[in-house]
Structures are given as C-alpha cells and as structure tokens.
Design a protein around this ligand. Structure first.
Ligand code: BGP
Length: 476
C-alpha cells in the first residue's frame, strides 16, 4: 500500500558541524578534537574529526547534491568552537561568523531551509578542564552567551532554532557509559549534568525570545527518544520500565514542554540523596521558557526488565540500579551498530507526544541506518542501499499512521544527507543518502538519494521504487 504525506510535510536531512565541517580554521578544540589528539587509538581506524566530510570547504557542492537528493530543509549546527573567539567574553570570530553566513546564503539560494542547532556534543574542551563542563552553572551561562551571539548574528537568515541535540547522550557519554570525553562514571554527576543541560536550554530559549522579534521564528530542542518496553507485564518489570521511561525520556520532555521535572523521578532522586542542586530562580526560568517545537531523534527502542540485583545492595548510585537491559529474543537488529530495528516505536512516540505532551508540533529530526562496508553494495558506480529505503519506508509507514490519528508531526529528517564522521566510530558505519568516497572526498547519490528525491517531490512513499536512471546514464 502506498503512503501519502501532505504537500507541506517537510523532507529534510540532518548533520552536525563537528561531523561534517572538519576542523579547518576553528578557534578552539572541542572535547572530541581533544580526545582524538590525545588518544587517536580510541577512534575506529584512528580516524579523527579533522577533515570529516570537508563541508567547510565543499559546502557549495554538498548543498547542491543534497538538493538533488530532494532535501528541502537541512539541519546543521553552529560550532561554539568555531564561532566564538573569547569563550568567557563571548566575542565573535569574524572568520567563523562569515563562514556560517555564506552557508546560510547558499542554502537560501538553493531553496534549502536551515534548521540550526546550537550544540551537538561539541563542548569546548577548555570549559571541561577549567570548570568541569556541564557540571558548572558558569558553563551554562557561557553557552547562553554563545547562543545569544547566534541569534543576534543570524536571525535574518534562520527561523528554525534548536538549543541542543540529544542532551541525554551527553549525560550518558560523559558521565555513565564512557563514550564521550572525559569518560567519567558517576551517577550524581550525571544527574547534575542532566539538570544543567535542561537549565541551559531554558535560558537559551529566554535569550531567543528577548532577541528574536520575528513572528515566524521558533525555538525548540532535539531529544533522542527511546520508548521503553518492559520484558513482561510482571510488576517488577513494569516498575523497571516506569523508572527507565522517566529517566530516559521524561527528564528532558517534561522541563522543555511543561516547564517542570517529573515529580516521581525527583522524589526518587531526593530519597536516594543524588538530586541536583537547583535554585528557585532557575526553576522559574525553566517554568517560564518552554519550547515551541520538538525535534525527535529515533533509532531504537529501550527494552528493560527488573534488575537482577536489588537496588538496595551496597553499590554506587547509578540510574541502572533500577533496571537491566532486556535483549528480546527474535528482535530484528542492525548488527553493524548494535541497535534494534523497531519502526512501530515511532507510532508510540507520536501517541505519547499527543497524549502526554500537549500534541506539541514536532518532527523526526533524525532517523536512519548506519551500515558498515557499503562498498559491497556498489553496482555501476552507485551504492544500491535497498536496506536503507526499506528502513525509511517502514518508519514512515508508522509515522503516517500516527499522523492519520492526529499526531502533530510535520517533517522527517533522515540521518544523514552525506556520509559523515561518527564520533568514536569515525567512518565505520555509513548513514548517508549520498556516498562519500573518503579516498578523494568525492560524493555521489546512492540509490536511497534518488528514492528520497522522488518521495520529497511527491509526498508518496511507495513500497517499490519507480525506475530511475543513474546520473551518469541521464547525462550520457
Ligand atoms: C545520534 C547523533 C548523531 C549521529 C547518530 C548516529 O545520536 O545525534 O550525531 O551520530 O546518532 O549514531 P552514530 O554516529 O553513533 O552511529
């Protein structure tokens, strides 16, 4: 059965500064630049962020290719470490400022709408070293200075603003599961970082509303939602799932959308003696500055079961004392990344936003599949990524069903447009609609890029592709 989306549904792609631009002419190192320069062996094949997909130098060509792939809106991020000269004063580096202005101008010339995110895991490393990074309220205020500069500089170019990408992943990576520098394992610090990131987002929203007087400008945040499914309906599994849902999802959705923290979670953290430090003034800022729009990154569900070990055991506090991960037998996996594939969850996300989060306007800000060694699928010079087309089709089917039932979702942004650098995994898994041949940074549409352009042009997601010719053949 065909799936039809409305004509005003936005078909986009998402990327980020640190994963696309390369470090050319950057003023400061972020935590990943620093990690790479001190321990390159931690990165897949020792490949770091220095060149990434060379967007800094190649943005005109890249944007033209994205246009060919049907991308109507592109999510990018402004790098704090590129735009800001003096991190304390928040002064602007003219070279960085000019670069982003040129990128926005080219996007407008091509008819690609910029969706601009202000933080994509790329904390300046000196703020980590000097102040403890997201542990520090001073760092929160320095981030707000940077955000303010962005609004001042580009509100004539940008109307879709986002404060953060995936605050939960920052907390997980830096303070729990050791995949973002400084790779600490400390539950109490994780709790404080989660609070400070929510505070930083609300303060940036406040700054935006002071500066941006354009009626059409909106501001939101982007969260990775991992809907929680219990292993069974046994009370212990349900209790584990309840905590996991509050910890993984509500901790970010509640403050952003309702201006408050989930009560039950707060009570639990307080009882456990790990609740964040907060002032009543800060809580008032969070209450008063809610987002206009939500970006949702969805990749995989979060299946949990009751913890094998009682949370009352003598152990350091971590959120995981309340749940164990559950590997559901027979689940479908993307084995290259280790993530379950479960498109049904997109429907569940939509219904949760509808029922519990005021049916706030939202869009899929990232969804996609990263596959290793895609060269094996090269035929006639094109990656035949039917698995990616299938992945997107399956997710779009559940999304379309949710929209038919009243979900307020207005766009689908694939991760990603052009194969880009993926943190510790570097270039292991490729996500793009467009292949990047790393030997020479040559970029060309994959089969999914052609498919996406058809979908974007018609709003029609067909189970099979209409025949199309490769670029070479078209021109031949
Ligand atoms: C999201 C990030 C993206 C991107 C994506 C794919 O969490 O927002 O930056 O990287 O995941 O994951 P990965 O690159 O780890 O394979």
């Amino acid at each position: 059965m065909n799936i039809q989306f409305d004509a005003d549904f936005v078909w986009g792609a998402a990327t980020s500064g640190p994963q696309a631009e390369g470090t050319f002419h950057k003023k400061h190192e972020n935590i990943f630049d620093y990690h790479y320069h001190t321990r390159p062996q931690d990165f897949y094949h020792n490949v770091g962020p220095d060149v990434a997909s060379n967007f800094y130098n190649d943005y005109e060509n890249d944007l033209a290719l994205l246009k060919q792939a049907g991308v109507q809106a592109l999510r990018i991020s402004i790098q704090w470490t590129r735009l800001i000269d003096d991190l304390e004063a928040g002064t602007v580096d003219p070279v960085g400022a000019d670069y982003y202005r040129r990128v926005f101008k080219t996007m407008h010339q091509l008819g690609i709408t910029p969706y601009v995110n202000l933080h994509h895991f790329d904390l300046p490393v000196t703020l980590q070293h000097q102040y403890g990074g997201w542990q520090s309220k001073h760092v929160v205020d320095l981030y707000v200075k940077f955000a303010t500069r962005c609004f001042e500089l580009y509100s004539d170019q940008v109307t879709h603003w986002f404060t953060f990408n995936e605050p939960k992943v920052i907390v997980d990576g830096q303070y729990l599961y050791q995949f973002h520098y400084p790779n600490i394992v400390d539950g109490r610090m994780a709790v404080q970082a989660a609070y400070n990131l929510n505070l930083a987002s609300a303060k940036a929203v406040a700054a935006f509303r002071q500066i941006n007087r354009q009626p059409q400008g909106t501001i939101g945040t982007i969260v990775n939602l991992t809907p929680v499914y219990p292993a069974s309906q046994a009370p212990e599994d349900l209790a584990a799932a309840r905590f996991a849902e509050q910890w993984a999802n509500d901790l970010y959705l509640e403050p952003a959308i309702h201006g408050r923290f989930p009560e039950e979670l707060v009570a639990r953290l307080k009882q456990d003696g790990v609740l964040w430090e907060a002032t009543s003034d800060e809580l008032a800022v969070i209450a008063a500055n809610r987002i206009d729009v939500l970006g949702v990154n969805y990749y995989h569900p979060f299946r949990v079961q009751a913890p094998a070990v009682s949370p009352d055991s003598l152990q350091a506090w971590l959120p995981d004392i309340y749940f164990d991960n559950y590997d559901m037998p027979g689940r479908k996996m993307n084995l290259d990344k280790g993530w379950e594939i479960y498109p049904d969850a997109l429907y569940d996300i939509a219904m949760t936003i509808k029922r519990r989060y005021d049916n706030l306007p939202w869009f899929v800000a990232e969804n996609g599949i990263g596959v290793a060694n895609e060269e094996r699928f090269l035929k006639d010079g094109m990656v035949q990524d039917d698995y990616r087309i299938q992945f997107m089709t399956d997710h779009l089917r559940f999304l379309s069903q949710a929209i038919a039932e009243g979900a307020n979702c207005h766009g689908y942004f694939v991760w990603t447009g052009i194969d880009c650098w993926s943190w510790l995994n570097a270039y292991k898994n490729r996500y793009g609609l467009i292949r990047n041949d790393l030997r020479n940074q040559t970029k060309s549409l994959k089969k999914s890029g052609h498919w996406f352009s058809q979908v974007a042009a018609t709003g029609l997601v067909a189970p099979t592709l209409r025949p199309f010719e490769s670029e070479e053949k078209n021109h031949g």
